[in-house]
Write a protein that binds this ligand. Structure first.
Ligand SMILES: Cc1ncc(COP(=O)(O)O)c(C=O)c1O
Length: 396
């Protein structure tokens, strides 16, 4: 039986182990574990890679979003427009600063915010737009930034899943007031632990963020704001500096994997392949298909091969396909099963079922296939074969 994981980080280490071990050993011997040259080098290298004047390292993508909101003085009484179909941290940070997330539905073809619906959600309280480049797909930043400018709103890009993606040749994270990145190990540029960064072209904002991430301290032991402690470790910065050199190559390998999936899965009944963006370059953090319901629970209950029980009360073809693949040793993921406006913690915001129909439907249909740069042709062939084998059994 196959054993194909959704991603495999051990392969990166096999390739880079010698280089990483030497750099980490040197860092350990230096005794300089907080800040210092390792962090400066990474911040400068990442700024040059993105083509942005300032990068500030921090502890995580979550902290990056939180610090960006704080630096822009967004807080109680303010609204921030964002996507309901993303990892929780996007909206969580808006709530953490005391502001209110306002969810606008997504475009089911790109999984990103439906730009045509943003204007209607803007109120006198709206302070910022927080788009997410989900699954590595860049959103149309020309359109979004023009909208923000017309309404005098800040733009905070959540680039956690899209390091290296661009729109119209300019990297994501460089378009808005602030770009926020995550270096969680599974990300396209991943550390060996937590890490994050904030990119900005605004020197004042960068300075504010530097102070906020160090206990609101412009000068050691002098505090002008209530901040947090959010550091990019020297150890992680050392590793990230090495990995940054490989990022474009890895993203290119991801694009090749995505192209092969797209070509092979065209026309499969019940399956919608993701669309590559027109006008930008995706870095395919995930390759997420949609498995639509065939409408017949009987078929899902009684396929020709034995499925595991569906995860939910109402059988869904997506869950059956997932179980079918798992039974053959192919692991897939569901990003994300519950849109944010339907999370328990946001019940108080008063969204009604069906209010954001695209996000709700997509959450029922998404299935992220194995995707990582080192996925072999043979492994990918097995995933494709398994899908080709099971989909026609449901969608006769
Ligand atoms: C879209 C998005 N935003 C924010 C985050 C938060 O990043 P971190 O895990 O580094 O805090 C993530 C990480 O999973 C993410 O996927």
């Amino acid at each position: 039986m196959a054993n194909i994981p959704p991603l495999d980080l051990t392969q990166q280490y096999q390739t880079l182990g010698t280089e990483v071990n030497a750099a980490v050993t040197a860092l350990l011997a230096s005794g300089r574990y907080i800040g210092g040259a390792a962090v400066d080098t990474f911040e400068q290298g990442f700024a040059a890679y993105l083509g942005v004047p300032q990068v500030v390292g921090c502890n995580s993508g979550t902290d990056a979003l939180y610090l960006a909101l704080r630096a822009l003085d967004i807080g109680p009484g303010d609204e921030v427009i964002t996507s309901p179909f993303t990892f929780f941290a996007t909206a969580e940070t808006i709530s953490a600063v005391g502001a209110t997330p306002v969810f606008v539905d997504i475009d089911a073809n790109t999984f990103n915010l439906d730009l045509g619906q943003i204007a209607a959600a803007i109120t006198p309280r709206t302070r910022a737009l927080m788009p997410v480049h989900l699954f590595g797909q860049p959103l149309d930043l020309q359109h979004l930034c023009a909208l923000a400018q017309d309404h005098h709103l800040a733009v905070i890009e959540d680039c956690a899943q899209a390091t290296g993606a661009d729109w119209a040749g300019k990297k994501v994270g460089c378009w808005g007031d602030v770009g926020c990145f995550s270096f969680f190990p599974t990300k396209n540029l991943g550390a060996c632990g937590d890490g994050g960064a904030i990119a900005t072209g605004n020197a004042d904002l960068a300075q504010r963020i530097r102070e906020l991430k160090e206990h609101g301290s412009p000068q050691r032991y002098y505090h002008s704001a209530i901040g947090i402690n959010s550091r990019l470790d020297a150890l992680q910065a050392t590793i990230l500096t090495i990995k940054l050199r490989y990022l474009d190559q890895w993203n290119q390998q991801r694009r090749a994997v995505a192209d092969r999936y797209t070509q092979a899965l065209q026309g499969l009944p019940g399956l919608k392949a993701p669309q590559a963006p027109q006008g930008g370059t995706s870095v395919w953090h995930q390759y997420t298909v949609r498995i639509q319901n065939c409408g017949s629970s009987r078929r899902c209950d009684a396929p020709t091969t034995q499925p595991q029980p569906c995860e939910t009360q109402a059988p869904r073809c997506r869950d059956w396909v997932r179980n079918h693949l798992q039974a053959q040793g192919i692991s897939t993921m569901i990003y994300y099963p519950v849109p944010l406006h339907q999370q328990a913690v946001y019940q108080n915001l008063g969204y009604q079922p069906g209010q954001l129909p695209q996000a709700e439907q997509v959450a029922r249909e998404v299935l992220s296939l194995p995707m990582f740069p080192e996925l072999t042709l043979d492994q990918q062939h097995q995933v494709i074969t398994a899908l080709k084998d099971c989909l026609p059994k449901i969608w006769v």
